[in-house]
Design a binder for this molecule. Sequence first.
Ligand SMILES: Cc1ncc(C[n+]2csc(CCOP(=O)(O)OP(=O)(O)O)c2C)c(N)n1
Ligand SMILES: [Mg+2]
Length: 329
Amino acid sequence: MKKETMPEALRIMYRIRLFEEHAKKMHKENLLAGNFMGALHTYIGEEAIAAGVSMLLNKDDYVFSTHRGHGHFIAKGGSIKKMLAELMGKEAGCSSGRGGSMHLFDTEINFMGGNGIVGAGLPLATGAAYRAKYLKTKQVSVCYFGDGAASQGTFHESLNLASLWKLPVIFVCENNCYAVNTPVSETICIKDVAQRASGYGMPGEAVDGNSLSDVYTAAEKAVARARDGAGPSLLECKTYRIDPHCMVAGDMRKKEEIDKWKERDPIKLSEKWILNEGIAGPDDLRKIREEVAEEIKEAEQFALSAPLPDRKKFREEAMDIDGSKGALK
Ligand SMILES: Cc1ncc(C[n+]2csc(CCOP(=O)(O)OP(=O)(O)O)c2C)c(N)n1
Ligand SMILES: [Mg+2]
């Protein structure tokens, strides 16, 4: 990873962290009043993955996300104003207030959606990669998914077809050790999800998902392979989710385990690396953080003052589920 790009990647990580810290607070204060829509799954502790991968992507490359997608959206260049408005169910939200946290969508940056269905992004990303190959567009398609999703049938079907047809897709497994409260040791019978790649004839690599440079280096190979027409790769990023599964779920994990992982906070590791290498000084990092905090404040003002969707239109849409009455246009 080029040293001079590190502070920009750190800016993305700050943006994700500060956004989510803020969203958590707003969720707590507003959920019961009905001003905040649905569940909130945070990415805190996993930021290096989206930041490291997205640094390699072009605006028109596809990203398919999960129920834990704020970080993926921000790293792809999504607007935090539009995302916060979405979380509050506002018309100005990136999905016009109809999707909430789990259904972020923005075709301007080819962010092809979060997904409340675990494992549903894999075939979609494979399909987008098929399109890119068919039309020779040189776009790559990235699919983020969790360790839980890695045992869905969609994982196996998608990897098989992607490899068979040499599609430009990168399967990024965010192995955060748990699917809700079920540890990965109780769902997967081999050490690394990445080992499964060999069954589908593609490269598979397991890396430290809390290390920005390790993620970047592995993703660089996978993106180059996809762009060169050589086919897909499976990249497993070992990480840990610091918060409970979502903001309304109980947590059965041990405090000592969580505290141990906090010592390997990807943001702290990146800051340390940048400072040790002399790429930037403490004042530079403080300035980036302050600028990001300012962006979040502006996003809050925007989201709070944005209007809710028109109720009549909303109801018409709900009744016109197949779009045959034209309400969805
Ligand atoms: C098909 C399907 N099965 C079950 C669920 C309920 N569910 C929501 S999130 C989740 C855990 C997913 O774990 P993982 O894929 O590891 O992602 P993580 O939450 O750890 O990021 C489950 C089981 C669902 N939403 N969709
Ligand atoms: Mg998981």
